[in-house]
Design a protein around this ligand. Structure first.
Ligand code: SAM
Ligand code: SF4
Length: 475
């Protein structure tokens, strides 16, 4: 499938500001959510087409209960139709919280003099990763403040370290990073360490609002941040994640900002973002922020459903910022990845700290502090298949979300099977008895549903091989 660039997304605009607030507001103010048009737009998405800014604005402006319900149902259908039942699991690992920026919403900002600053030593990183492996984690996102200590070389070093730690049957098979933007050479350096996704959030796509929240440090430069993924692409990193911090500005504007960023990447590099994140602002140490723009629960669901429909090929990440019950409810409208067993305090995985969060040691308040196993149980209870799959990335099948979406049968042939294989490993190595029973029942049920699929005989053989002690088998 070929996406046609929208007229303003031309390659000579690389490395330049491509966000025009008037243009975005123009779509929001001038697009009518005629019910027939809403249905047509949903149908276009279900037919596996990325929506334009104007079509997305149609969905955003559709706010009657009936139309909102149609959008939610459309997103649900798309999720099940394209992505199947699996939910990919990962954990964040904060490496260092020193920071030279002054982002008003963040506990690590320079102006928060109460923040306890720390960078994990190599020994501490190893201990943290061993603890994460002991829980069954296979995929991490390493997180850093923006500070001269966290150079591209240092970040590459920590990524290499993460891959090198192996405890028992444990290993980290994919290391993503969320770090401040680099220059092109810096991106080359982190690429050479074998990072998975480079994730960066624009926070807000409105330049004036951006200015208001970013008071000092390198991050004051809206365009340097906005064009970071262009530099990443120039350095050969085509696996990138975008996001906005919801609550800083009007959610409707930010959704169109994310779509504008997506079509810029598609038009310039022929590849859209691998993931979209939509964190909502949470409490942090000594915050003083007006939260009039915080999306309500109902608006949060709407924006997830709209994003799902607008960019059907992209993975969508929902983090533990949200409460367990919110996560459970909104997941059905399009989420494909969640974190589990999340801890934000530096060093807390290995120290097994379970106390109340201390916001001077952590970036923000988390809503879902359940263990990985509790989350896996809930997924199993709700007919999802928890997955730790990293196959595409390791087989060089990059752009896998795009393949899942555009290659007929891809999910059934690869993703569901790999989800089952990685769940089998988890059940053998880390699950308590109760989870084991649930997990094998879910696998059995899915094997019956997959009975006519290609590779089913081989899948059964591989499950037996995992039961006899082999690991890391995938399609
Ligand atoms: N320092 C790097 C940067 O700013 O790009 C790494 C990212 S930061 C450690 C991860 C993300 O957390 C930020 O991009 C921001 O969107 C989000 N964040 C910061 N403060 C937050 C808060 N109070 N509530 C929710 N998310 C927050
Ligand atoms: Fe630093 Fe990132 Fe927090 Fe801003 S969001 S203060 S750059 S850690």
């Amino acid at each position: 499938m070929i996406f046609k660039p929208e007229k303003y997304s031309i390659p000579d605009k690389r490395m330049q500001n491509f966000i025009d607030p008037d243009e975005i507001w123009g779509y929001l103010n001038n697009t009518k959510p005629d019910p027939v048009r809403v249905k047509d737009v949903i149908a276009k998405s279900l037919d596996k087409n990325r929506l334009t800014l104007q079509e997305t604005a149609v969905l955003i402006n559709a706010n009657t209960p009936e139309l909102v319900e149609e959008i939610k149902q459309g997103a649900k259908t798309l999720k099940r139709k394209i992505y199947g039942k699996r939910i990919v699991l990962f954990a964040p690992l904060y490496i260092g919280n020193k920071c030279s920026n002054n982002c008003q919403y963040c506990g690590f900002r320079t102006s928060n003099k109460d923040a306890v600053r720390k960078t994990l030593t190599d020994e501490e990183i190893i201990r943290e990763i061993e603890a994460l492996e002991d829980n069954g984690q296979k995929r991490l996102i390493l997180v850093y403040g923006e500070h001269p200590e966290y150079s591209a070389e240092y970040i590459a070093h920590t990524v290499n370290l993460a891959y090198s730690v192996k405890k028992g049957n444990g290993e980290i098979r994919r290391v993503n990073i969320n770090a401040a933007p680099f220059d092109i050479q810096g991106f080359r350096t982190v690429k050479s360490a074998g990072i998975g996704t480079y994730q960066i959030f624009q926070e807000t796509y409105h330049p004036d609002i951006y200015k208001k929240y970013h008071l000092s440090g390198k991050k004051t430069d809206f365009v340097w941040r906005l064009t970071s993924l262009d530099r990443a692409q120039e350095a050969g990193i085509d696996d990138v994640g975008i996001g906005a911090l919801f609550g800083l500005y009007d959610w409707r504007y930010e959704v169109l900002g994310l779509i504008r960023h997506t079509n810029h990447l598609e038009a310039c590099y022929d590849i859209g973002p691998h993931t979209i994140s939509f964190p909502r602002l949470k409490n942090a140490a000594n915050l003083n922020i007006d939260i009039k723009y915080m999306p309500s629960h109902e608006e949060f669901i709407r924006m997830i459903a709209i994003l799902r429909l607008a960019v059907p090929y992209t993975g969508m990440i929902l983090t533990a910022r949200e409460d367990a019950n919110v996560r459970k409810e909104v997941m059905q409208f399009g989420v494909s990845q969640i974190d589990g067993g999340t801890k934000l305090e530096l060093g807390s995985y290995s120290e097994n700290l379970n106390e109340e969060q201390d916001l001077n040691r952590e970036q923000f308040h988390i809503g879902d502090s359940r263990s990985l196993n509790e989350i896996i149980e809930e997924l199993l209870d709700n007919d999802y298949i928890p997955s730790f799959c990293t196959a595409c990335y390791r087989l060089g099948r990059t752009g896998e979300h795009f393949m899942e979406f555009s290659v007929p049968g891809f999910i059934k042939r690869y993703c569901t099977l790999n989800a089952i294989l990685t769940l089998s490993e988890y059940l053998m190595d880390y699950a308590p008895e109760k989870t084991k029973i649930k997990g094998w029942n879910v696998i059995e049920k899915n094997l019956q549903e997959l009975e006519k699929s290609q590779n089913i005989a081989e899948l059964k053989k591989r499950i037996e091989r995992i039961k006899s002690g082999e690991r890391d088998l995938y399609f």
